[in-house]
Design a protein around this ligand. Structure first.
Ligand SMILES: Cc1cc2nc3c(=O)[nH]c(=O)nc-3n(C[C@H](O)[C@H](O)[C@H](O)COP(=O)(O)OP(=O)(O)OC[C@H]3O[C@@H](n4cnc5c(N)ncnc54)[C@H](O)[C@@H]3O)c2cc1C
Length: 490
């Protein structure tokens, strides 16, 4: 592989894992890299906190070892050996007849084996009969090469609406805090795309099972000191400026000029503004922030995909119960609960942290985490103060599991407008923005501005890592030979 000489001076906007991955790779290739983040820590949507005497997560909880590239990166960072894998245990789905164990072979995008689904009791007789038709339906409805459909349309078309509503809505819809009627198959479930385009059966094909949605529980890892070890390791040796917001980006011959505004720390003060010049810029920030930054460079119609992206607000409530709570409630022997968007409850999911993670077992306490928030419900979530929000989620938990014990500790964390909604047609709209940025870059005789992160290339840490890698590779003029997920910039 031949690389072009690295750009000497690169600005990376955003110190989430996508920005840090891009920065690390560019710095390793010899570029002078500056990372700025408006927040006061690295990690973006990863946030580890202290509760009782433990390190616990109020944002992303675990990395999915989805691909060899993710595993290789963790090894390179020295994080592979002491990673802690999630323990075994049932994940519960909330059904009209109470909690039911998620059957083996069912992932966020539907089943890859029908036997366990039949035995789970989650589908009714008609739903089972319809799901069993999947192999013959697969050949009849093949997606065109550039065609995208919503996730529900694909899954309901293949397996019937019961599979879509009872499995995929709580799982994939929950992961994205989104609506499966709007989420793009191509962008929100890229691993299904090949299956959709080839007409292969998901339940018959061995390769579909391998690349398909089934996820072994041990495929998720974190660290005893918290998930923040990942961004901290990525940031080691980099020039990261925190509390520094990038704005006022302008094209200049051969590069870009950006205003970096650093907030005053501690005591009152105005903070500082500095205008700096860079040869290249990676925007590893949400699409709405990127839309503002690129406004002087591309037409409104071209950046519409950025400015118009929807985000869901989410909230997590971390709880410490007295340890005895687990002995009384069998549901807590599972790793968590998922609910569909039609459950009528505020609770979207619960993680039984002390069951799921071996290192979070505690002699006196039992940790759990409750989550709320889906696309379109922002106003309702914002209207609830912390006490009301936590109270409603605890009431849902009590109804579903019988846990009525009062927690001894509670921490509410809000993530306003955070979860990007990759809706049908996302990939096409994004290609248009990227083409416009390419054009703007070549008019300036500069590298194009690159977009990296979950707003563009997929929600989740594995996708964000891949997206950062792809942005750096693109700047360095390389083609990635392996990609952790579908991320590819060209
Ligand atoms: C509650 C919650 C739970 C989750 N659970 C999981 C999980 O268990 N597993 C998983 O894989 N994924 C999970 N995710 C999703 C995952 O965390 C994200 O997809 C991923 O972290 C996104 O990384 P990113 O680098 O794209 O963006 P971010 O982490 O959002 O980073 C973007 C950064 O850009 C900065 N920024 C924005 N504008 C500017 C500006 N103008 N100037 C400077 N800086 C700016 C922001 O401050 C931010 O730090 C979860 C997310 C949430 C919110």
């Amino acid at each position: 592989m031949t690389s072009l000489p690295p750009p000497p001076n690169v600005l990376v906007v955003g110190a989430g894992v996508s920005g840090l991955t891009a920065a690390r790779r560019l710095a390793a290739a010899g570029a002078v890299v500056t990372v700025v983040d408006a927040g006061d820590r690295v990690g973006g949507q990863i946030r580890t906190v202290d509760l009782a005497d433990r390190r616990l997560e109020v944002g992303a909880e675990a990395v999915h070892l989805a691909s060899p590239a993710v595993r290789a990166l963790l090894a390179e960072l020295g994080l592979a050996d002491d990673a802690v894998a999630s323990g075994p245990g049932a994940t519960w789905l909330v059904t009209r007849r109470g909690l039911r164990r998620l059957p083996a072979g069912v992932g966020p995008s539907g089943p890859t084996q029908l036997g366990p689904v039949v035995r789970s009791g989650i589908l009714g007789p008609l739903g089972l009969a319809r799901a069993a038709l999947e192999p013959s339906i697969a050949r009849r409805r093949v997606l065109g090469p550039d065609e995208d459909v919503d996730v529900r349309q694909f899954v309901a078309g293949r397996f019937g609406s019961q599979v879509a509503d009872r499995f995929v809505d709580p799982m994939l819809g929950g992961l994205h805090s989104g609506d499966i009627n709007r989420l793009s198959l191509q962008s929100a479930a890229p691993r299904l795309l090949e299956v959709a385009r080839s007409g292969r059966s998901l339940t018959l094909s061995r390769s579909a099972r391998r690349s398909g949605p089934s996820v072994a529980p041990a495929a998720f890892v974190t660290w005893r000191e918290g998930l923040e070890r990942l961004p901290l390791a990525l940031a080691t040796g980099l020039d990261v400026r925190l509390r520094t917001r990038a704005h006022g980006l302008q094209g200049v011959p051969g590069g870009y000029q950006v205003t970096l505004q650093t907030a005053a720390s501690g005591e009152a003060g105005e903070g500082e503004e500095q205008v700096e010049r860079f040869d290249a810029v990676v925007l590893a920030c949400p699409a709405t922030a990127a839309a503002d930054l690129v406004a002087p460079l591309v037409a409104d119609a071209d950046r519409a995909a950025l400015a118009g992206q929807r985000f869901a607000s989410v909230a997590t409530v971390l709880l410490a119960f007295p340890r005895s709570v687990v002995d009384m409630r069998p549901a807590l022997r599972g790793t968590g609960i998922m609910l569909s968007s039609t459950s009528g409850r505020l609770l979207k999911s619960a993680t039984f942290v002390s069951t799921k993670w071996p290192h979070q077992r505690h002699s006196d306490l039992y940790f759990a985490r409750l989550s709320a928030g889906r696309a379109g419900q922002d106003a309702a979530l914002d209207a609830l103060d912390d006490d009301t929000l936590a109270g409603m989620l605890l009431a849902d938990l009590a109804d579903l599991t019988g846990v009525t014990t009062r927690p001894v500790e509670r921490l509410v964390t809000r993530w306003p407008h955070t979860m990007p909604q990759l809706e049908v047609g996302h990939a096409g709209r994004l290609a248009r923005v990227r083409a416009a940025l390419d054009g703007a870059g070549s008019n300036l005789g500069a590298h194009p501005i690159l977009l990296a992160g979950s707003s563009y290339d997929g929600v989740g840490l594995a996708a964000a890592l891949a997206s950062g890698e792809a942005a750096a590779a693109s700047l360095l003029g390389e083609r990635l030979t392996t990609s952790p997920t579908s991320a590819s910039h060209r």
